[in-house]
Design a binder for this molecule. Structure first.
Ligand code: CP
Length: 337
């Protein structure tokens, strides 16, 4: 299998064998973190990181990943480069992508909910970059997907539940909060867990529907694996029998009006739904489930401290795994192994 030059915009775009290759290499890289065998994989190569939005994990982990592979990750703020965005005029995507491809071994892009005028626009922009770039485009989280987070989630789940996670149940539940999150992490978690044959239960209040196409892909992934897919609008349902609980806030489909994200309105609406919280009482109904979250966490709203910092929480393992999966993705798609 040759992944050299392949874009990563959503895990659903990669075959299971390709995802396996990335996860297996990430596991090896975690085990042999500072081994000489990976020290020159990106030697002399630069990974450009276009951050339209801020980040803690993504920027630090990509920079560390490039360093550990002997390369360099260069932080770029597109707003200071006269690049075209979803909301402003500037250099075309074609020109930017083709020129940047002459310098970099790969290009990462982060474009979240407040940098687009409607849901899906960020995904379109990344795919436009992918059309013109001659090096891999990697989503560093955009309005629709967050593939590196999905890979890190799956790596953490496999580390704790074992390699075969088929028919293990994951509950992906909405949580109230003051941050009005994009759908990208949650949708990626649905896709990758169903690709690996997990039973998927999605729980959210009425009015917080996820992308219908992503729902269909998830159901199809489940069907193909003989796994169950369930949807509930009950904040307490779904915990029974769960092996993994993933709680996260996300915005409603009404978040955009007249091309503008109504962020405060979304926050005000979400904060009223206080019953939507992952707490110890609900976790007690599970099969001693792992708790995970892509972070940053809105503690006390999406999840209690007791659960987030409890013995079954794998949030820091998953956060660490961002480094290892990104090293693996860069090595496979833009490095010399
Ligand atoms: N999970 C994640 O992408 O975190 P950051 O927004 O801090 O990068």
């Amino acid at each position: 299998m040759n992944l050299y030059g392949k874009h990563l915009i959503c895990t659903q775009d990669w075959s299971l064998e390709e995802l396996d290759a990335a996860l297996e290499l990430a596991m090896r890289m975690k085990k042999h973190r500072y081994s000489e065998r990976y020290a020159d994989v990106l030697r002399y190569r630069t990974f450009f990181m276009f951050f339209y939005n801020p980040s803690v994990r993504t920027r630090q982990s990509f920079e560390a990943a490039a360093t550990e592979l002997g390369g360099h990750a260069q932080f770029l703020e597109p707003k200071s480069m006269r690049l075209k965005t979803a909301t402003t005029a500037g250099e075309t995507v074609e020109d930017a992508a083709r020129v940047m491809s002459r310098y970099a071994a790969g290009i990462g892009i982060r474009m979240l909910e407040d940098k687009v005028t409607r849901y899906g626009e960020g995904d379109e922009l990344l795919r436009e970059y992918a059309k013109w770039a001659t090096v891999p485009i990697v989503s560093m989280a955009h309005d629709r997907f967050h593939p590196c987070q999905g890979l890190a989630d799956m790596m953490g789940i496999k580390e704790h539940l074992g390699e075969n996670v088929k028919r293990k149940k994951i509950l992906i539940t909405w949580g109230h909060g003051a941050l009005a999150r994009s759908l990208c992490s949650v949708q990626e978690a649905m896709l990758i867990s169903s690709r690996y044959g997990m039973d998927v239960t999605v729980a959210h209040p009425e009015g917080y529907d996820l992308d219908p196409e992503v729902m269909d892909w998830t159901k199809k992934n489940c069907e193909e694996n003989g796994a169950k897919f369930e949807l509930t609008h009950d904040a307490h349902a779904g915990y029974d029998g769960a092996h993994v609980v993933y709680s996260r806030n996300w915005m409603s489909p009404k978040a955009y009006r007249d091309g503008v994200l109504q962020k405060q309105e979304e926050i005000d609406k979400a904060l009223k739904l206080t019953d939507w919280i992952c707490d110890g009482e609900r976790m007690a109904k599970t099969e001693n489930a792992l708790f995970t979250h892509p972070m940053p966490i809105d503690r006390g709203r999406e999840v209690t401290d007791e659960v987030a910092s409890g013995p079954r929480s794998i949030i820091y393992d998953v956060a660490e795994n961002r480094l290892h999966v990104q090293k693996a993705v860069m090595a496979l798609t833009m490095g010399q192994l």
